[in-house]
Ligand binder design. Structure first.
Ligand code: GRF
Length: 192
C-alpha cells in the first residue's frame, strides 16, 4: 500500500486540523494510506496544539515572531515540510501571508471561508454575511503567490436563510469546512 504523507499547518482553534486527523490520519483508502507526517503551528498557545497531541502528533512550533523577516520564517517552514516527506501541505486556518519562497517550493492547498474569488482576505466571513448575496460558501484552493488567489479545487455553498445571524452563519461555514477539507484532501491523494 502506497503511503501518502501530508503536513497540516494551523494557527488557532484547530477544528479543521482535528477533522483532518480524524478522517485521514493512518486511514486506508482504495489507492493509498494517508499519514499526517507533521503538524506545524506558528502560535505557541494555539488551542489546536492539544488537538494534534490527542492524535499522538507533537506539533512543531515555528513561532513567526522569532523570525526577522517573512522569508526567514518561510525558510523554516519549507525546511520542516521537506524534512517530513509530505507531498501535500494543507493550510487549515493558518493565518500567515506566505512568500514566493514558500509558494514556489511547497505544493499546498488552503481552506477559505467564502466563495472565491469573492471576499478574499482575513475578513471573509463578515464580508460575505454582510453582502447582499443570497448564497455564501467556502473554497479549497491551491496556494499561490496571490493571497487566496490560486486555482480553485472545490467549493460548497448554502442559501442564507431568513433571520440567520452572524453566529449561525459562521457555524454553517464551519460545518461545511469540516466536511469539504478532508474530502478534498482524500480526493487529491487517493489516485493512482
Ligand atoms: C476557518 O474558518 C478557515 O476557513 C479560516 O480560519 C478558520 C480556522 O478555524 N482560514 P480552525 O482553526 O480550523 O478551527
Amino acid at each position: 500500500m502506497v503511503i501518502k504523507k501530508i503536513a497540516i499547518l494551523f494557527s488557532g482553534e484547530g477544528s479543521n486540523l482535528e477533522k483532518l486527523l480524524a478522517a485521514l490520519h493512518n486511514q486506508v483508502f482504495e489507492h493509498c494510506q494517508i499519514e499526517v507526517a507533521t503538524t506545524i503551528c506558528n502560535r505557541p498557545n494555539a488551542a489546536g496544539i492539544e488537538k494534534s497531541r490527542s492524535y499522538g502528533i507533537e506539533p512543531l512550533i515555528i513561532d513567526h515572531t522569532l523570525y526577522g523577516s517573512r522569508e526567514a520564517f518561510d525558510e523554516a517552514l519549507v525546511e520542516a515540510i521537506h524534512r517530513s516527506g509530505a507531498e501535500l501541505t494543507v493550510l487549515a486556518g493558518f493565518m500567515r501571508f506566505l512568500t514566493p519562497y514558500f509558494t514556489q517550493q511547497v505544493k499546498a492547498i488552503n481552506l477559505h471561508p467564502s466563495l472565491l474569488p469573492l471576499f478574499k482576505g482575513g475578513n471573509a466571513i463578515k464580508e460575505s454575511f454582510d453582502s447582499p448575496m443570497k448564497i455564501a460558501g467556502i473554497s479549497v484552493h491551491y496556494v499561490s503567490e496571490e493571497l487566496d488567489g490560486g486555482e480553485i479545487i472545490a467549493q460548497r455553498c448554502f442559501e442564507k436563510s431568513e433571520g440567520m445571524n452572524l453566529e449561525d452563519f459562521e457555524a454553517k461555514i464551519h460545518t461545511l469546512e469540516h466536511e469539504l477539507l478532508p474530502e478534498t484532501v482524500k480526493n487529491l491523494l487517493n489516485r493512482n
